[in-house]
Design a protein around this ligand. Structure first.
Ligand code: RBV
Length: 417
């Protein structure tokens, strides 16, 4: 058997979800059509460790249509959609993913995707590539290269490369403008609030929403929460980011102060210990806390547990912690990615471009990866323009182009007032 999923009987429901996503991902679908003819991934074995969502399914089918064999695991214990996993397994694809697996099972699944000795790896959070490096360095010899989807994964890989430990080249898909400036901002913004609402159904209007970290993800969350009538408090460690938040009209303060004011807290930093014991000590009764950064370390759950008298699951993805002094704090999705655990992750329309970048990065590795050094690479910026053009086209929009005269003006340094 080449799969382990929750229940193959869910496959029909999964197929419907994937059909829906395919109807919203025209750029990736256009790349798929071309790839069916050109077979750019023929002979490639791709091990993937990426949230098993309906959007990922569209990517997986595209990789297969392009000639690749795949073996897949989810990159987060709570993000797998069991229906989608069942649909892909029922198509005969090698799929090791189910919702709510333990950390041991998580690594077992990754191990299974290495059994067929991949030639390419695809990561979201670098857990797979790290497993290859730490446990199976011999496998790295037959890997041409890898890709990485998310900010924190790229950080980890850059640190490995700086230490001279990276064993093969990696494309930082996250660093493409058509990824970080869309997926991270609008994708995270909408899907994180979607997760908060599904888990709580609270009214956001009039609430104080504290956003931990005003990077692309935090900015997206702040903008969308404000759009629903919330008052935003942003916390930061970088002065320039903090200043941007202020000039966008948000309040900025230290988390020690924000902790007293917030009704809903959403961490989006990529750093551990954003919410810790001293913050829980001063939070209001009823405060809701969640995380939308990749790893589950942003909220220190140990500190919360240590202050807790009792806890119960009050709704799906929503645990009520009653503290020793009687205050209640609501932890969503066990501090894991709120958008993927409690909702469906980013909408298909933004994943269209993220995964088009993934697909093109893997094609580039299959073609020329052997010529690359063991470094972290960015994708070519021209690719962003091409993908954005394609996307605009599918949205029925066209833009202007410079005339030859204007082109000349661009490089004419003698032209002045
Ligand atoms: N992400 N994927 C989805 N619907 O498949 N939603 C979010 C989806 C990715 C996103 O690209 C981000 O960089 C990463 O999840 C964080 O783990």
């Amino acid at each position: 058997m080449n799969h382990k999923v929750a229940d193959l009987k869910l496959a029909d429901a999964g197929r419907l979800r994937i059909d829906w996503a395919e109807s919203r991902m025209p750029v990736l679908m256009a790349l798929r059509e071309r790839a069916k003819r050109e077979q750019p991934l023929k002979g490639m074995r791709i091990a993937g460790c990426l949230h098993v969502t309906k959007e990922t399914a569209v990517l997986v089918r595209t990789l297969v249509a392009a000639g690749a064999e795949i073996s897949w695991s989810g990159c987060n214990p709570l993000s797998t959609n069991d229906e989608v996993a069942a649909a892909l397994a029922a198509e005969g694809l090698s799929m090791y993913a189910w919702h709510g697996l333990s950390v041991d099972e998580f690594y077992w699944c990754i191990e299974r995707t290495l059994d067929f000795k991949p030639t390419l790896t695809l990561d979201d959070g670098a857990d797979l590539i790290f497993q290859v490096h730490a446990k199976h360095p011999e496998l790295a010899k037959s890997v041409i290269g890898g890709t990485e989807e998310t900010t924190t994964g790229v950080q980890r890989l850059r640190a490995m490369a700086a230490d001279g430990k990276l064993l093969y080249p990696v494309y930082a898909v996250n660093d493409s403008e058509t990824k970080w400036d869309f997926d991270n901002v609008y994708g995270t913004g909408q899907s994180s609030l979607d997760g908060v609402l599904r888990a709580t159904s609270v009214l956001l209007a009039g609430k104080t929403v504290v956003v931990g970290g005003y990077g692309h993800c935090g900015r997206g969350v702040a903008e969308r929460a404000r759009g629903m009538g919330a008052n935003i408090v942003a916390t930061e460690i970088r002065a320039t980011q903090a200043l941007k938040a202020v000039l966008e009209g948000h309040r900025v303060m230290k988390m020690d102060e924000a902790a007293k004011l917030g009704d809903v807290f959403i961490t989006a930093t990529g750093m551990k210990d954003i919410l810790v014991g001293r913050h829980f000590d001063v939070m209001k009764d009823g405060a809701v806390i969640c995380n939308t950064g990749h790893y589950d370390c942003e909220i220190n759950i140990g500190d919360l547990e240590a202050r807790t008298r009792s806890k119960r699951e009050i709704r799906p993805n929503n645990e009520e912690y009653t503290l020793k002094d009687g205050r209640r704090i609501y932890l969503l999705a066990k501090g894991r990615l709120i958008n993927l655990a409690a909702a469906e992750g980013h909408p298909s329309e933004v994943m269209d471009m993220s995964f088009a970048n993934q697909f093109l990065a893997l094609c580039a590795l299959a073609k020329d990866g052997k010529k690359l050094e063991k470094k972290v690479y960015a994708l070519p910026p021209e690719q962003d323009q091409e993908l954005a053009q394609l996307k605009l086209g599918t949205m029925g929009m066209a833009i202007d182009a410079l005339t030859a005269e204007q082109q000349k003006y661009l490089s004419d340094y003698s032209a002045g007032t």
